[in-house]
Structures are given as C-alpha cells and as structure tokens.
Design a protein around this ligand. Structure first.
Ligand SMILES: [Zn+2]
Length: 233
C-alpha cells in the first residue's frame, strides 16, 4: 500500500511481485492444512485489498476483473493446486507418516470437518480459471482472451495502466459514477449526453477513440497516446 502511494517503483510489475512475495507468501503458508477451515474467507478479504493497488482500479470494480488485471490466480484455485501437490508428494513417499492417511484415510470423526484426503484436487489452474471467468457474468469479459495471461498494458506507466483498467471495469471518473457517489447532481458530459466510462471511449464526439474499447484494451500505440492525452487540458 505504501509502495502504491509513492511516486517511485509504482508500476504493476513491482506491485505484483511485492504482493506475491510479501502478502501471498505469508497468507498462503501451508494452506493445504487450513484451506478447509470456515475462516479461510477472512484471509481472502485481506488479500483482496492488494488487487486494486496492482490494477489501479477503484473499489467497486468486480473481483473477477481485479484478479485478471492483477494477474493473480483466484485463491481457491491456488490453494487447490497446493493441496494437489502435497497429496501427490505424500502418495509418492511411502515412508512419510501422512502417506497412510492419504492412501487409507482414517474414519471421519466429525461430519462437519472436511479433511485434506476427502477432496479431489487439480493442478490445472489455467483451464479452471477460464471456466470460472466464462461463467461469471462480468462486464466486458469478451475482451479477455485468457484470464491467466498478463493483460495488454501491464508494463505501462502507472497513470495510463490505471486509467486503462478503469475503462475496462467501467468504474472511474465519469458523470454516471460521480452521480452514483453523490458528488454531482447531473451525469451529463460536456457534449450533453449522459457520461459513462463506456460512453467516453465509444461514443462521445469530444473524446471517443477510433476502434472503441477493443482497441483501447489492446493498448497499442494509438490507445496509449489516447490514454496519455486523456484528461490533459
Ligand atoms: Zn461527451
């Protein structure tokens, strides 16, 4: 959070590696042991705070988008993959005490408890994430070819990267959002039409980008120039 508030080192790559190294490594420590706990969600809530920092988006941006833009796999899939790895190792090492627990699981004592050996796990995060992404009805989800790849513009300077993601998630500084946040009474653009994030890119005669949001998403030279000039007097 301190890094994101500084004027140095604030690019998506640095924030991404800092998040994984400082937050995720601690918050996922030996996850296969506790990932079935009812309190796992509390850890996720804390980790969610890091996502808007990496993507430079605003708080109302939908979580599936935040994960894709931050380029960090959904936590249940990460924990599942870690469990799969542990089970695989335990099965391969018959001298480990846990080996017999996995192969010949002990009788269940409490029906409310979900034990490590009761579930089936998959290490294939990519296809599972893609399936989840396609089934979650997220705004402009068609833009994303694959959720696990770094989205175009990840290497852009902070301002352009953040602005680009606000247009992708349609949560940013526009008349409609300001009105929803009760900052202004009217959501009208200078051109006289109601102003939303999509309207600014797709239709507004004062600002629209040729090729609309798909073009902006590609973060090509034109799109970057448009982002750089956007909002400057
Ligand atoms: Zn306008």
């Amino acid at each position: 959070m301190k890094l994101a508030g500084s004027s140095w080192g604030t690019n998506a790559g640095t924030l991404w590696s800092s998040t994984l190294a400082l937050c995720y490594s601690a918050a996922e420590y030996y996850a296969p042991v506790w990932s079935h706990s009812a309190h796992t969600g509390l850890v996720d809530v804390q980790l969610n705070v890091t996502l808007p920092l990496i993507s430079g988006t605003l708080r109302p941006a939908p979580l599936p988008w935040l994960l894709v833009l931050a380029n960090i796999e959904p936590r249940p899939l990460r924990r599942n993959a870690a469990s799969a790895k542990l089970v695989e190792k335990a099965v391969a090492h018959d001298s480990w005490p846990i080996h017999s627990d996995i192969i010949y699981p002990p009788p269940q004592r409490l029906s409310s408890r979900n034990q490590l050996w009761q579930d089936s796990y998959s290490t294939d995060i990519t296809s599972q994430w893609k399936k989840d992404w396609n089934s979650a009805s997220v705004v402009d989800s068609h833009l994303v070819a694959g959720p696990r790849i770094r989205q175009p513009g990840f290497d852009l300077p902070r301002r352009q990267w953040s602005l680009l993601n606000r247009f992708r998630t349609v949560q940013g500084h526009c008349g409609a959002c300001w009105k929803r946040w009760r900052q202004v009474d009217s959501d009208l653009c200078a051109c006289g039409e109601p102003q939303t994030m999509s309207y600014i890119v797709d239709s507004c005669p004062l600002t629209k980008l040729a090729g609309v949001l798909c073009k902006l998403h590609s973060a090509d030279d034109n799109a970057v120039a448009w982002l750089t000039n956007y909002g400057s007097p």
